[in-house]
Ligand binder design. Structure first.
Ligand code: SF4
Ligand code: SF4
Length: 134
């Protein structure tokens, strides 16, 4: 028989914050793993997209420490395959927003050498700054 899990106020608040930012109902996820199976970047992630979904569903704030949300390339493979029509990339984006709003940058431009800045494509630098810094 299916068991209902009741979240306490703090975990509920975290789950709601993520859902408010991304407009997704994470409770719809049935943990089928299709998103993880098709993700082209799953090998580089520390937790799979399905694990990320589970952590958000359970209001586990330690998901904010995961690298997965930064590695997600918003390719939408998972979105088109998800049987529950969930958009994992939007959830990853919401998690990034929460981190960046706390002014915890993932990229410190000051740590990139002048030589690297000259070598790197400008568009990649701008895109990385937009995605990874507050
Ligand atoms: S494919 Fe959809 S329903 Fe399945 S685990 Fe991923 S997000 Fe959940
Ligand atoms: S949108 Fe992100 S999580 Fe989904 S398949 Fe692409 S890289 Fe993986």
């Amino acid at each position: 028989m299916a068991k209902k899990i009741k979240l306490d106020d703090k975990t509920q608040a975290f789950q709601k914050l993520v859902e408010d930012l991304c407009g997704q109902n994470t409770a719809k996820c049935d943990q089928c793993g299709t998103c993880s199976g098709g993700c082209p970047f799953v090998e580089d992630m520390d937790i799979t997209p399905a694990e990320l979904m589970r952590k958000v569903m359970l209001g586990q704030e330690d998901v904010l420490e995961s690298e997965t949300m930064w590695i997600c390339a918003t390719c939408n493979t998972c979105t088109v395959r998800c049987p529950r029509k969930l958009d994992v990339s939007k959830i990853a984006e919401a998690l990034r927003q929460i981190r960046l709003r706390n002014e915890i940058d993932q990229l410190d431009i000051g740590k990139i050498s002048r030589e690297e800045i000259k070598e790197l494509p400008q568009i990649a630098l701008i895109a990385a700054l937009r995605k990874l810094s507050s």
